[in-house]
Design a protein around this ligand. Sequence first.
Ligand code: NI
Length: 187
Amino acid sequence: MILPVYLYGQPVLRKEAEDVPREYPELKKLVSDMFETMYNADGVGLAGPQVGLSLRILVIDADVLRDDFPECKGFKRTMINPEFLEKSEETVSMEEGCLSLPGIHEKVYRSVKVRVKYFDENWTEHDEMLEGFAARVVQHECEHLTGHVFIDNVSAIRRQLNKGKLNNIIKGTVRCSYRTKAVKKLK
Ligand code: NI
């Protein structure tokens, strides 16, 4: 089932998400809905708050980026209650976008390498080292779980330049090819 993607301005995107409890009902259904929602919107990652759930869960499939970023080949993951065990001091700036901020693309600094611990949808624990764009996607998605979005990381000047676009998202006047839930409804 395709879920509506909550857009910038929705309070759920600003909340610190909570751990997914072991007894969470229909976890696999949620994971499958999140993948379907992400693919339908041509995204490579989607976090719980983006579908209105303040839960520490995210899905990623960055395989489509494999030609430009070989580290993304086959990089498909479900991460439940993820935690960074290490983040490299070395950072690199690259352009990002977000399904919750349609039409906005800005360069963001992220750690080049990360080590992340998480559970998959079968509650099997994983401890993984990632680098390059794969590490970037995980950092972008995990940021959603802390009540932040990527635009928070850009300079005040760059944010100011995007102010009109951000206001349009809040006002619900941005048209998307996918189902969304803006703060105000498009008339
Ligand atoms: Ni995002």
